[in-house]
Design a protein around this ligand. Structure first.
Ligand code: SF4
Ligand code: MG
Length: 278
């Protein structure tokens, strides 16, 4: 759990590096970066006490665009690196970043077990329902009938449901936001970081190049439409059959974070080693 007590004064620009993003003009990830830096400024932790970890993909460029410590890892492995870092350095605020391909396909197994382990970190997935960096293949969250040059007629496959899977796997905080709603994204990221345990925030972030239809998301999202609950079954029922466009904080649980549940007050890691079978 992070504290905002006695926070020194920081501006969003203090968390932004001097590297200009190379995302396509209009990409939703610009807004996500803005929301993250605004959220970090609200929390008021110095950039050197924050680590931003990513995998591979357009969204995974984010560590380079922040002024925090960062690690641009291998495909689908942001959560494995982030969990290791948080267990070794519980004093840091750890953010893991991903996209829908990186996070739910290549890194799908890590997603399940990160939810289950409940290490105190925040996972932000920029979901554009397509592999953007590799030029437009369908991803796990792509609609079955999305017709494109690389998937003529659509894949016919049921999409992966990240929020329901996060709830079923034990995530302690589950939310969905839209990148264009910077105010709500910022506040939800603050809440996610402040909440103990594994927090998952899916951000609908349009890929304007390979999914130009997603430019319409700004007219299709139902902002702040999800009622919050502390009952994971009720949360899953609420979100299971929605159209994927409802936003808000869906679930806030009360599970103890992983480190707190397996180590003693002095930080003895023998229980951790046993849990990980080291
Ligand atoms: Fe954004 Fe899509 Fe361009 Fe990647 S390809 S930077 S996701 S608009
Ligand atoms: Mg994607």
């Amino acid at each position: 759990m992070e504290s905002t007590m006695n926070a020194p004064c920081f501006k969003a620009s203090d968390y932004k590096s001097d590297i200009n993003p190379i995302w396509c003009p209009g990409c939703g990830d610009f807004h996500v970066l803005m929301s993250i830096t605004k959220a970090l400024a609200k929390l008021g932790r110095p950039p050197e006490q924050i680590a931003v970890i990513s995998g591979i993909g357009c969204s995974s460029r984010i560590p380079a665009y922040t002024n925090c410590y960062g690690f641009h890892g291998v495909h689908g492995r942001s959560l494995a690196v982030a969990a290791g870092l948080k267990v070794a350095r519980p004093d840091l605020t750890v953010l893991a970043m991903s996209g829908d391909g990186d996070g739910f396909s290549i890194g799908g197994n890590h997603f399940l077990h990160a939810c289950r382990r409940n290490v105190d970190m925040t996972y932000i997935v920029m979901d554009n329902r397509v592999y953007g960096m590799t030029k437009g293949q369908p991803s796990p969250t792509t609609e079955p009938d999305w017709d494109s040059a690389l998937s003529p007629g659509g894949t016919g496959l049921s999409p992966f449901h990240p929020l329901v899977i996060a709830l079923a796997s034990g995530a302690n905080f589950v939310a969905r936001e839209f990148s264009g709603d910077i105010k709500a994204c910022t506040e939800t990221i603050v809440q996610a970081i402040n909440h103990p345990g594994f927090s998952f925030v899916e951000i609908l972030s349009p890929c304007v190049t390979f999914r130009p239809d997603e430019r319409e998301w700004k007219n299709q999202v139902h902002l702040a439409s999800v009622p919050e609950t502390d009952d994971p079954a009720r949360a899953a029922r609420r979100i299971m059959t929605d159209d994927g466009m409802n936003t808000g904080i869906l679930y806030r649980g009360r599970r103890k974070p992983y480190f707190a549940s397996v180590s003693d007050e002095e930080g003895d890691i023998s229980a951790l080693e046993a849990a990980f079978e080291i």
